[in-house]
Ligand binder design. Structure first.
Ligand SMILES: Cc1ncc(COP(=O)(O)O)c(C=O)c1O
Length: 393
């Protein structure tokens, strides 16, 4: 019998101690460990100039201790009446839901597009008409970027505020529209990894100043604010990025172009291998080629997924049903929540599976996974695409 080497779902790839050393030496020298220190300041400036390469306006950055806190503070800053509805797609990580609730709003769980698996302005408009929702948290699911220009047009036309949760989309999602804030994660599993961390990017410098103030408890540090420095201006939290995390983010950013190219190459080969062995049984998320993929998700018939999970378990290949249960299924005990029908999300999720992916994957690993996928999908049909066809018309 063939012996299979266990293949983990994800292997984080952070800079090693040698790459970190120059930044840690700066910390030793500065003796500044948090509270908007020099490394954090330099990181925000580096990120801003990177984002400005993809925008026709100035981009401002506020780092946070996680994307979740970045989302919470950005949503809080929308200053909507407590209990306002915020539309969110059913297919996303739970942090999108918890951020809305903790900002004092009510999640309105809506459907996704059958091809790119994202919430669209059309879906959000329909959800807002039905429920009176005042904002949308549009998610760049699995790192697939949202179209900021289209969301900006939606925001201007409807007056409904839009925030983009691009936690896993660094390098693929930019801030082309100045009025749409975008939130990113620097968690260890992301392509720009600091261990923990996040940041908010926006063309609106006032919004970024507010998020920064909220990340520091809400304390006023502005001598021109008409309020004494050190006084509480609003109710924030402690969501500051420490200098140590900023150091890791700098070293990660140094390595990012090489990391991104490697991830892209592995992803391409992986997908080609699967397509060659059983492509007719698989369904992929439509959209842009990702700059630095961090997950590998594929759709198949529900019974094929069940077979694949068993096979993978037996062969030591780790899998995960990413973003499942869907938000409305989690929401059984999480109130208040408005649950709209989400037939497309349910159909997509019924056959969706996350396969192992990391920058350490070898051709052998890919071959082992492809063999299991080929066996599991043999003689199956992609039910989900048949089901989905009915939603096109
Ligand atoms: C869509 C989405 N939103 C938010 C988060 C939370 O990010 P963080 O771990 O930085 O809080 C994640 C994490 O994977 C995510 O995938």
């Amino acid at each position: 019998m063939t012996h299979f080497r266990p293949i983990p779902l994800l292997v984080p790839h952070l800079p090693d101690r040698h790459a970190l050393a120059p930044y840690l030496e700066q910390i030793d020298h500065n003796r500044h460990y948090s509270n908007f220190g020099p490394l954090n300041h330099a990181l925000e400036a580096r990120l801003a100039s990177l984002f400005e390469e993809h925008a026709t306006h100035a981009v401002h950055i506020a780092t946070t201790s996680s994307a979740t806190l970045g989302l919470e503070l950005t949503l809080h800053n929308l200053d909507l009446p407590p209990g306002s509805g915020v539309v969110v797609p059913a297919l996303t990580f739970v942090a999108s839901l918890t951020a809305i609730l903790r900002a004092g709003y009510v999640p309105v769980i809506a459907d996704i597009d059958p091809d790119n698996w994202l919430i669209t302005p059309e879906i959000a408009a329909e959800a807002a008409t039905k429920t009176g929702a005042r904002a949308v948290l549009a998610v760049a699911a699995f790192g697939q970027p949202q179209n900021t220009q289209r969301w900006s047009a939606f925001q201007q036309k409807t007056g409904i505020k839009v925030v983009i949760d691009a936690a896993g989309a660094f390098g693929s999602q930019w801030t082309e529209a100045a009025d749409i804030p975008v939130v990113y994660s620097m968690h260890a599993t992301k392509s720009l990894a600091a261990g923990e961390g996040g940041f908010v990017a926006s063309g609106n410098s006032d919004l970024i100043d507010e998020v920064r103030q909220l990340s520091n408890f809400g304390i006023n540090l502005d001598t021109h604010a008409g309020l004494p420095v050190g006084h509480l201006s609003q109710v924030g939290s402690n969501a500051k990025l420490s200098e140590y995390h900023a150091a890791v983010a700098h070293a990660s950013l140094d390595q990012w172009p090489a990391q991104a190219a490697l991830r892209q190459r592995i992803h391409r080969t992986y997908r080609q291998t699967l397509d060659a062995s059983c492509g007719e049984h698989l369904q992929w998320q439509a959209g842009a080629i990702l700059a630095a993929p961090t997950t590998f998700c594929v759709g198949m018939a529900q019974e094929a997924r069940a077979r694949l999970e068993q096979l993978c378990h037996a062969r030591g290949i780790a899998t995960r049903r990413w973003y499942q249960p869907l938000l409305h299924q989690h929401a059984a005990k999480v109130e208040p929540t408005i649950k709209l029908p989400v037939p497309v999300a349910e159909s997509v999720a019924s056959g969706l599976i996350g396969l192992p992916f990391s920058s350490f994957m070898t051709q052998d690993d890919i071959t082992h996974v492809a063999e299991a996928v080929g066996l599991a999908t043999a003689n199956t049909r992609i039910q989900s695409s048949l089901t989905l066809d009915s939603h096109h018309g």
